[in-house]
Design a protein around this ligand. Structure first.
Ligand code: KG4
Ligand code: ZN
Length: 351
């Protein structure tokens, strides 16, 4: 089925997507949290330009993202990243703004003030160059990072793990997906960041905890795996168990590396056990991992171990795991649950 989008100032229709029959160049903007990003992607899979301005250093001093400061930084960076992406697209393939097939922007979920900056920039570009506008769901975009530089096609099972979400998704087709399991309390990234903080690691805690874990003994401490139904998860009890473990040292020096490794072992084995169950139930032979926590070394390793059981395993390279705009462009191209209306408004939580 061909996908048709309307130009903004005329009734002219533009074919977009794998069945359009010509090369599509989609420029996308992402600004849902603390990265201001702009990318140009050819045919949903080939990255022509990928620019990311990170605010990590700004927020590190506060131990977390401060929404108001993040929105202001997006305003400072947005024009710079867009200009840079245009320059890169021109030098890579001679692509000028008028050659862009459509402009896309992240609609949500995310921080409202931050989303507004990027989404308004994407809408403005679509209006200025009279091109279709495509609004993108950030979570779907994370999944689509797996289409970049691969030949992956649905159906597959996806494990989506980020700072705000933990889901197992049955991706039946590019546009048809069902969440078959999710966390009932903390998201995996959130659990990583909270545990990192309580053992004294600086922000951003997730990647630092991962690094420490690689030097520790994963079986030093037995941490509890939550008992929840089918494909759902719960990580708040695990967080409390780590807190209790830390307190048991009563001020004595903490075996930080072993605590990190034991926590990481518990999280990664829980996640992958349920993914395997979902694969068996679906009968699919492909599985992907997505979201910021997909950068985690042990979760990646355990997922790739599934290939020994005959599954095709996909994981985006690190730069497409954390927030970026290339995944947003890919999502717009494959039309995975996107919004066409230029009046679409940002949203903070999953609807
Ligand atoms: O997807 P993302 O960039 O932003 C959200 O949409 O949430 O994910 C950010 C989350 C943070 O919680 C961060 O600590 C976590 O991903 N993270 C990691 C690693 N790299 C990023 N957690 C564990 N291990 C990592 N290597
Ligand atoms: Zn994200």
């Amino acid at each position: 089925m061909k996908m048709t989008k309307k130009k903004l100032f005329s009734d002219e229709l533009v074919q977009i997507g794998p069945e359009s029959g010509y090369d599509n160049y989609i420029m996308a903007i992402e600004s849902s949290c603390d990265e201001t990003a702009c990318a140009v992607v050819k045919n949903g899979r080939e990255v022509i330009a990928n620019v990311v301005a990170s605010q990590i250093k700004t927020h590190a001093q506060f131990g977390g993202v401060i929404p108001e400061i993040a929105a202001r930084e997006h305003m400072d960076s947005i024009n710079i990243v867009v200009e840079e992406a245009f320059k890169l697209a021109y030098s890579a393939e001679g692509i000028s703004p008028g050659d862009i097939t459509a402009f896309a922007g992240t609609v949500g979920p995310g921080l409202v003030g931050c989303l507004l900056v990027g989404l308004n920039a994407a809408k403005t570009l679509a209006l200025v160059y009279d091109k279709p506008f495509i609004g993108v769901n950030h979570l779907n975009a994370h999944l689509c990072a797996n289409y970049i530089d691969t030949e992956l096609k649905p159906p597959f099972i996806a494990l989506l793990v980020s700072g705000g979400h933990t889901q197992i998704i049955d991706v039946k087709s590019y546009s048809e997906q069902t969440i078959i399991g999710e966390t009932i309390d903390d998201a995996v990234g959130e659990a990583y960041d909270k545990v990192a903080r309580l053992i004294g690691l600086p922000y951003p805690g997730g990647p630092k905890l991962d690094k420490m874990a690689q030097e520790g003994n994963p079986f030093a401490f037995k941490l509890p795996e939550a008992k929840v139904d089918d494909f759902d998860f719960s990580f708040s009890g695990l967080k409390t168990a780590v807190l209790r473990l830390v307190k048991s040292f009563d001020g004595k020096e903490l075996p930080i590396k072993d605590i990190c490794a034991s926590f990481q072992e518990c999280v990664s084995s829980t996640l992958v056990k349920k993914v395997k169950k979902a694969l068996e139930k679906s009968g699919y032979d492909q599985v992907v991992i997505a979201g910021g926590v997909a950068a985690n070394s042990e979760i990646r390793k355990k997922m790739f171990d599934l290939s020994a059981e005959g599954y095709k395993v996909f994981a985006p390279p690190m730069k497409y795991c954390t927030d970026n705009a290339a995944m947003v462009a890919s999502c717009a191209y494959f039309n995975t649950n996107t919004f066409d209306d230029i009046n679409v408004e940002v949203f903070s939580r999953v609807k």
